[in-house]
Design a protein around this ligand. Structure first.
Ligand code: NAD
Length: 348
């Protein structure tokens, strides 16, 4: 991947100047990580909902803007223009924000997915290539030490030839009934992308076919055709079979596990508990729940991800997740949705 944005100029620069767009769940996580990184200067927060964003901008003593345009024009008048932007807004808004940032020569970090379709994802990479700016998509498993260890175990040959993988994505907390009944985000499009990206990376291989089935956890959801649990079966070109099971409701904590089984052994990523205590008594052994949700489980990985963005901005380090990764992940998710609707295997 080509790395853009006047790298030679930035090599001499100690801090990259970065703006966060979106002050919701991910915006809070990104702002905290950027603020705490000595190689980044947090230059402001943009949110269309100014009232909601005020407390975040006050907490990190950074300016607040109502639009990306306003932020760019305000910082352009200073001697130190922006280097990059972190887009943490809802997925349907990514396209226009990416185009606007690229047209203003800003390198971009965007939350996953870049866009909801493979076609648009490709065209946004094209726009950024044409403007000579980086488009870096966030798939934080690649920056998490447990998932990285599994990658190295599999790719060093420690488990021999991978034959199968079993992945579980149990979301926590369970979304509100109102969110689910209104359709919410489809569980496959919303929750499968991280693990599809990760397992493609681990296996260094491509998915050739997808079969997916969904189910509803109670009658009300079934009547409204709301799928809150799904299983995908992915067949890879070198023969590895992967099951990815997704659920909206792991009531015992955020449950994220991955096992890769091979001819010489098995590599596993397990969950992390809220703390390491254990109570033993006559009714058994009692341990705390798993960590609450993604902000806790991936806190360190999110910080690493922002540090890697600093590497790209300041040192020209290529972003590890490339256009073909983002496009392929989207194709697999689209195929799973199609399979779920048609009950057919979808060949890629
Ligand atoms: N990496 C992960 O684990 C992870 C987890 C959750 C969400 N996400 C992704 O992060 C993105 C944001 O999700 P979220 O849950 O933080 O959303 P959110 O709804 O909590 O926050 C979104 C914020 O963006 C603001 N906003 C909306 N449109 C805007 C615009 N055009 N310009 C400026 N601000 C705007 C909203 O006012 C809101 O404050 C999504 O793409 C989602 O897929 C990633």
């Amino acid at each position: 991947m080509t790395t853009f944005r006047s790298t030679s100029m930035l090599l001499r620069q100690a801090q990259a100047r970065v703006l966060v767009v979106g002050s919701g769940r991910m915006g809070h996580i990104r702002t905290k990580a950027l603020y705490g990184n000595p190689r980044i200067q947090l230059c402001g927060i943009v949110d269309t909902n100014i009232e909601q964003a005020k407390s975040l901008s006050e907490l990190y003593r950074t300016p607040l803007f109502a639009s990306l345009e306003e932020a760019i024009s305000s910082t352009a008048t200073t001697q130190l223009p922006l280097d990059g932007v972190v887009i943490s807004t809802p997925t349907p808004t990514h396209e226009s924000l990416i185009i606007e940032a690229a047209q203003n020569n800003l390198s971009i970090f965007t939350e996953k997915p870049v866009d909801e379709t493979a076609h648009n994802t490709s065209s946004l990479f094209q726009t950024c290539n044409n403007q000579n700016v980086n488009l870096c998509c966030g798939y934080q498993r690649r920056f998490d030490s447990s998932y990285q260890a599994l990658f190295h175990q599999v790719n060093s040959g420690a488990i021999g030839t991978p034959l199968a993988a079993s992945i579980f994505f149990g979301d926590h907390p369970v979304p509100s009934r109102q969110f689910l009944l209104q359709g919410g985000a489809n569980i496959i499009s919303d929750c499968s992308a991280h693990d599809v990206d990760f397992i493609r990376w681990v296996l260094q291989d491509e998915v050739v076919s997808v079969y997916a089935v969904g189910t509803s956890s109670d009658d009300e959801l079934r009547e409204k055709n709301v799928i809150d649990n799904a299983t995908m079966l992915l067949k890879f070109s070198r023969g590895t079979n992967v099951t990815l099971t997704l659920s909206r409701g792991a009531n015992y904590g955020y449950d994220q596990r991955c096992e890769v089984f091979g001819t010489e052994g098995m590599a596993t990523v397990n969950n992390i508990a809220e703390n390491s205590s254990e109570l033993a008594n006559e009714s058994g052994l009692h341990r705390p729940k798993w960590q609450h949700s993604f902000p806790q489980r991936f806190e360190a990985a999110f910080a690493q991800e922002m540090d890697a963005f600093a590497d790209t901005l300041l040192g020209g380090t290529p972003w590890p997740i490339k256009e073909e990764d983002c496009v392929e992940v989207q194709r697999v998710c689209d195929a799973a949705l199609e399979s779920c609707e048609t009950s057919q295997v979808v060949h890629l």
